[in-house]
Design a protein around this ligand. Sequence first.
Ligand SMILES: [Zn+2]
Ligand SMILES: [Zn+2]
Length: 443
Amino acid sequence: MAHRLIACEHCDYLHVEEDIPTGSVACCVRCGLPLYSSEQNRFDKPLAFAITALLLFAIANIYPVLTFGMEGRVETNTLGSGVLTFWQEGFPFLAFMVAVTSIVAPLLLIVAHIYVLMPIWMGAKWPGMQQIWRVLSVVRPWSMLDVFLIGLLVALTKLTDFAQVIAGPAFFAICCLIPTILLMNVTLDARAVWRRIAPSSLKYPDQDDLKVLSDDVDGAEARKHGFLSCHTCAMVVTENPSGHTRCPRCGDAVHQRKARSLSRAWALLVAAVILYVPANVFPIMTVTYLGRSEADTILSGVATLAAAGEWPIAIVVFTASILVPIIKIVLLGWVYLATYLGLPGPLRERTFIYRVTELVGRWSMVDVFMVSILAALVKLGNIASVHPGFGAVAFCGVVILTMLSAMAFDPRLIWDRAGMRSSEPKPDTGFARDQMDRQGTPS
Ligand SMILES: [Zn+2]
Ligand SMILES: [Zn+2]
């Protein structure tokens, strides 16, 4: 393998890419987060999983998910029923978000994998492969079928107490779809895909380019060597002196750091904090059962589950809907503040905390999915019916805003602002390569 340069997306530290043993992961010497895993050059397995996922996705959309029977009346719902119900009940924002996260994004994810992997596997080139693979990096975080499944299980638990509920073919298709998509992602090396679809004449900056540039710099950050790291495909690109650098591999504009990152991240987080109040005060749904109507807030929903003895589900909902949003807001706020003030301290831990909050935030959508399923299924008027409430809109807003806030933040600012401290590794002539070899941890 050519000794290509690779920059850590979390701290911008430059490394020289090396072959590492199969199944192992190379970690960044500075922040400790995973840099890349051993190269997998097989595309048949992820392609097979992607095609299987498409078939399962079709079943999940055509057949009923749940069949609900009560007082001699029967209602069924499909994956899209929740979207339609939210729309009919006057909640277009919720309809849009549920449509995007449970249908549109997963479908795009699967189809894009097939469109890009099929020609690679056949040794062909199809038009627009780079553009499609680029769009995928935007779509990926919004595909939430795994969270939808948890919402489905919570809805099922709530319903089985007072009605007959039967899981339909789509329910089992969704259960199989989640591990299939997971396997598709695990067996695929996104770096290898980028290399296959890149122009064959593309020149990657390598160790030799570094020697020319490394004389008058004291840091090992990519930008200090005149390199930028592409946010989309992670290619290290030589900075254009005019200020407008485009990635030669994926075509995206490349910047040293995300523009106005900290102020955008703050603004979105503050908006999330404000929305958090109505999200907990207003009911997320109103449940009518045998003529009596009761409004459920997020907290009272958890209390109801606990009172019914459904402890495991109550703990899941409490964690996803109450603990995760609060902890995420507090931790992100702390990371942003420490970054703004340029506080010294455990920068590795700060970067790790940011990474974790970025990954777990989506799980809070459980309650929104649960409301979409219950509202679509329980439509027996005064006997039993569920109507969404404004709390669900506000809560969905909190989840989206905190996700957007974490996406807007550039974790490399944590390191920029705190400055190069004496405790951090200093680059030497062997650069980061020797240290990285020792850090390669088997997974
Ligand atoms: Zn790093
Ligand atoms: Zn790129």
